[in-house]
Ligand binder design. Structure first.
Ligand SMILES: C[S@@+](CC[C@H](N)C(=O)[O-])C[C@H]1O[C@@H](n2cnc3c(N)ncnc32)[C@H](O)[C@@H]1O
Length: 218
């Protein structure tokens, strides 16, 4: 499978899941918890420019907007974005949603204070390129927020990608906190700080190891 074909297959998968994604995703059931944790992790003194990469149905983008920030969300799947746009309209939150794959998104350099990437790196063929993109679009001192988990250990979270597609994705089994800290360092970020201890109850029932890390661009 070539790179363009891999992205096509990933996008098609998410477009097919889009109408039902919010019904099963724990971020909806746990959105109040996520709001508390992201608010603490953002440590924002005032309104910030937030970019959500791989925004999906816009869960993180909408939380950031509800906290008063100016938010842009990017995703490769038009189906996921349609759900995100409807949700932002229903909530009365102004978020700019745009269809773009992360590496190719035309986002002005140094135009964001905060970049969020939640549950996206595992499904990328080139996860480091997404971290480089985050670094490029952040202002000096700006912060990336990465959250993900070791999805392969829990049957209910294991991906259902076809084996041929899964084999193209280096982090398909999921991410660990130490591994992600190393990746953030390689992408040029400063020391990472973890926030998952702030969840009053585990955000993914079933005890899948997950993390929320922040790291700043020097
Ligand atoms: C598991 S969902 C996570 C969505 C959202 N971040 C959340 O936390 O609910 C993964 C999302 O990544 C998107 N995605 C996958 N590869 C992408 C790429 N290269 N560029 C942009 N979006 C991508 C998919 O379309 C899907 O919406």
């Amino acid at each position: 499978m070539r790179e363009a074909k891999t992205q096509e297959a990933v996008t098609a998968y998410w477009s097919a899941r889009a109408p039902h994604f919010d019904g099963v995703a724990s971020h909806v059931a746990q959105s109040a918890l996520w709001r508390e944790v992201l608010q603490a992790a953002f440590a924002a003194d005032g309104q910030k420019d937030v970019v959500d990469l791989g925004t999906g149905t816009g869960a993180c983008a909408l939380i950031a907007a509800s906290l008063g920030h100016r938010v842009r969300g990017y995703d490769g799947s038009e189906g996921m974005l349609a759900v995100a746009r409807a949700a932002s309209q229903e909530a009365g939150l102004a978020v700019e949603f745009e269809k773009a794959v992360i590496d190719e998104a035309e986002i002005a350099p140094a135009s964001a204070d905060i970049v969020t990437i939640r549950n996206v790196l595992w499904t990328l063929e080139r996860p480091m390129a997404a971290l480089h993109q985050a670094h490029r679009i952040l202002r000096p001192g700006g912060m990336v927020v990465v959250s993900d988990g070791l999805w392969s250990v829990a049957p209910q979270y294991r991906s259902t990608y076809a084996p041929e597609l899964a084999a193209r994705l280096p982090l398909h089994d999921g991410l660990t906190e130490p591994g992600t800290r190393r990746m953030l360092g390689e992408a040029g970020f400063g020391e990472a700080r973890s926030w998952q201890h702030l969840f009053a109850t585990p955000p993914y029932p079933g005890g899948v190891p997950m993390f929320v890390l922040t790291a700043r661009r020097a």
